[in-house]
Design a protein around this ligand. Sequence first.
Ligand code: 2RA
Length: 404
Amino acid sequence: MRISNCVFRLFIAITLSANSNVFAFNVPFSKSSKSSKSLAFVPLRSKGAVNSHVSESQLRMSYSVGIVGATGAVGKEIVGCLENRDFPASSLRIFGSSRSAGSKVTTKFGEVCVELFDEEMARQCDVVFLAVSGDFSLKHAENLSSGEDGPVVIDNSSAFRYKDNVPLVIPEINGDTTKCSKLIANPNCTTAIGLMALWPLHKLFKLKKVIMSTYQAASGAGQPGMNELEQGTRSVLSGERKVAENKVFAHPLPFNVIPHIDKFQDNGYTKEEMKVTWETRKICDLPEDFPVSCTAVRIPTYRAHSESIVVETELPIDIAAAREALSSAPGVSLVDDLENNKYPMPLTATGKYDVEVGRLRKSLVFEHGLELFVCGDQLLRGAALNAVLVAEEMAKNGALKSKA
Ligand code: 2RA
């Protein structure tokens, strides 16, 4: 029977990754139900890989899905992506902490009960998404995925991204690497958004150098980041304060930009910036010393990261060919219509599966060089959607198996 015609009973427990409030659901779930707006954005459908879903034969299989961290900013979007993409889930279990295990909450799914996180319980799943801290992942991810009967584990943290034996995956670029490991690392959102645009250009013109400046939304720091931006802006506009308070960010974010995301490293770059360098090399299978440089800046927007990217290429740039390559690339929308003031922006990229790419122009700096502007919903493309696409890829290539 086609999964899409079925009504499943989903057992959902939700844990708040940021503040550890944990909820759970035990409710009937219709595959045709629309995503709750309170859980996640309903994204616009995109072309290419993100619409290809799993094959007809794989749709006849169904997978038991687990999520740890399902009510954090990323976890909510994972639930939304699974729903919106009709992921063939026979059951959905969401695991939480002891503090909130057994608690109940009413949502569009009905009343929900928490499951206490336990490795053996989570190992019963076919695939487990981890949307929790790196420390949690370090402690549990390898145990979870170990052995023949362990589930596929897709980890959103940075804990395993740079380990040689753990694939770091953007399915449209290196999806085939998922065949060799049951533990998969999801890239940092900033890298994922940029590479969606850079990969088609690399195939066409062969990248030589990449220089990126980012404009990153408050939600990169999760719900607490969004709250600090909103409350701080209100406090200034109401006259309550001259300058907003800051706890999440290094400085007040309202009416400001902050060139500091994550910890400073010995070389003067931040860790967020170095992630772009390290992850670009690994995902695109580039040499260890391939030149990628990033300046990462936090700006007072809610959602969707923006990136100004300059590349030097081996081959001469042909703008028409670049536009054609980006137009047909899966997961990319070319938004580049200067006459009508159309270019990528956080407001238009928010809630979209595709990354917007525009402002394409030959660089004035390099003999062979291109400049572009990219905006992507980092909670989707940079995290939740990418993770669900990884699971779909593994369902297609046989690396994700159903125990049923
Ligand atoms: C940020 N990229 O925007 C980070 C989140 N992983 O803070």
